[in-house]
Design a protein around this ligand. Structure first.
Ligand code: ACO
Length: 447
């Protein structure tokens, strides 16, 4: 099958607003017609194959922000942004959140199928066997200021793990890749909890492998060596569900970063550290922290209309954090589940959080406002996750760390998928150059 695509040869629109130096604007024949092969996925829009475009026609494509560009093939996660659908290996997120645990979902994302009972047991045992970190890892923590943001600590210690596992860093060995996946999934909760313990000056808690993945994490966060700690099953289930909802989200900024870093052959711990760094941004994983700050700034339901007006004002620099998504132009399906979980957790724990009242008022105001309706801006998963995390007792600066913990399986799953491809290549985007053309250096005394 083939398709005819018209491409702009100069740059009549794309670089407007830049200095424009060196950019041809308009004039002459500014279009070209090429025939491109179309690739078909199992579902979703067809993809024009531009791989031979430069070789055959001498032009690049221009797509900052990857608005229309598929950077890879993947069989892991599918999103239909118009329908508000999210599938992990074909399974709807709603069903997985209700019927499966996070570790079942990890197995699914890594190996392609849901495990049977014995496969799951084996997988859980392997993961839980890897939860400890080398004692020397603690010394890294002591090098950070106690008031360091936990995400800065997490970036550092995740990358540092590579220095402990020389035995399994051959990225071309499938067994090494698998062991690394177990290690990362298992150790991330330990590293995240240690970042929290360090920030509050409490001793690190060793993992307890008799607990569930989420239960063990909660204990490492909130237990102290001097007292018994019992995991609250409501909180444990909510935590597990939050992990499931954040486990993967196809080619988002952090996952694409992990893939790009990995494409050079970098070790997987370094690649995941790059993912953590990318996730930290307020437009990505940092949004749940930003939502809570915003709700606190708004303070009361009566202040919501004025805040919404500010968010619509292009001169104000204010955005409704937790609203909008590059792909979802209908409701974010994760947000729906999170919204329900939010209500039941707050009810079960008897928490009466004014932030939830402000959030619901804000949601109602925005969903009925033409500005948000026309732009298809709906609450995303981060809009509600911050409120649940706060009710559970997770401090706001830790929110993004929990997201990183949950997304680690997605990052490592995509990394494994990419490295396993037979024709895997280093990622190397091209550019539309707008700088000066060639010129000669004038000697310093003559400038
Ligand atoms: N509040 C107010 N206006 C918004 C918002 C918002 N949250 N989001 C988008 N808009 C407006 C833009 O100003 C733009 O308006 P215009 O057409 O008049 O210029 C229009 O909606 C389109 O927005 P873009 O920024 O072009 O959309 P893009 O796909 O590039 O960005 C993003 C998506 C980054 C998520 C954006 O909606 C945003 O910044 N949201 C708030 C941060 C957030 O919640 N991030 C979490 C994302 S989900 C995740 O990482 C788990």
């Amino acid at each position: 099958m083939a398709n005819v695509v018209k491409l702009a040869k100069g740059n009549a629109g794309a670089a407007q607003g830049n200095s424009g130096a060196g950019v041809q604007k308009g004039g002459g024949d500014n279009t070209m017609t090429v025939t491109l092969p179309l690739l078909k996925g199992t579902v979703g829009p067809n993809v024009a194959d531009v791989r031979a475009l430069y070789k055959n026609h001498g032009v690049f494509t221009y797509d900052p922000g990857f608005m229309s560009t598929a950077a890879c093939q993947s069989g892991i996660t599918y999103i239909d942004g118009d329908k508000g659908e999210l599938l992990y290996r074909g399974y709807p997120i709603e069903q997985l959140a209700e019927k499966s645990t996070y570790l079942e979902v990890c197995y699914l994302l890594l190996f392609g199928e849901l495990p049977n009972r014995s496969q799951l047991e084996e997988f859980e045992n392997i993961v839980m066997d890897h939860t400890m970190v080398h004692e020397q890892v603690a010394t890294f923590y002591h090098g950070f200021r106690p008031d360091a943001h936990p995400m800065s600590i997490l970036c550092g210690v995740t990358g540092a793990l590579a220095s402990f596992y020389h035995d399994s860093l051959d990225i071309h060995n499938p067994r090494h890749r698998e062991v690394t996946a177990y290690r990362l999934i298992a150790k991330m909760p330990t590293l995240v909890a240690m970042a929290y313990k360090y920030s509050v000056g409490q001793p690190f808690m060793y993992p307890d492998n008799n607990l569930s993945y989420a239960g063990n994490f909660l204990r490492m966060m909130f237990a102290v060596p001097t007292k018994d700690y019992e995991v609250n099953p409501v909180v444990e289930q909510a935590m597990d569900r939050i992990f499931t909802l954040h486990a993967d989200h196809e080619q988002n900024a952090s996952t694409s970063t992990v893939r790009l870093a990995g494409s050079s052959g970098a070790n997987p711990f370094a690649c995941v550290a790059a993912g953590v760094a990318t996730l930290w941004g307020p437009l990505h994983g940092g949004a749940n922290e930003a939502v809570l700050k915003m709700l606190q700034e708004i303070g009361h339901e009566r202040n919501v209309p004025a805040f919404v007006e500010k968010a619509k004002d292009k001169l104000s620099d204010v955005k409704l954090m937790g609203f909008g998504h590059r792909v979802y132009k209908n409701f974010d399906p994760r947000a729906k589940i999170m919204r329900d979980a939010c209500h039941s957790v707050l009810k079960d724990l008897g928490v009466n959080d004014p932030a939830l009242g402000v959030a619901l008022k804000l949601e109602e105001a925005a969903l009925n406002d033409p500005y948000f309706i026309e732009r298809k801006l709906y609450p995303n998963v981060d809009f509600y996750s911050g409120i649940i995390l706060r009710a559970i007792g997770i401090p706001t600066p830790m929110f993004t760390c929990l997201f990183a913990l949950a997304r680690t399986v997605g990052w490592i799953g995509h990394w494994m998928e990419m490295i396993g491809e037979p024709d895997q290549k280093i990622g190397r985007p091209r550019q539309l150059y707008t700088g000066p053309t060639r010129r000669d250096v004038v000697p310093l005394g003559k400038r």
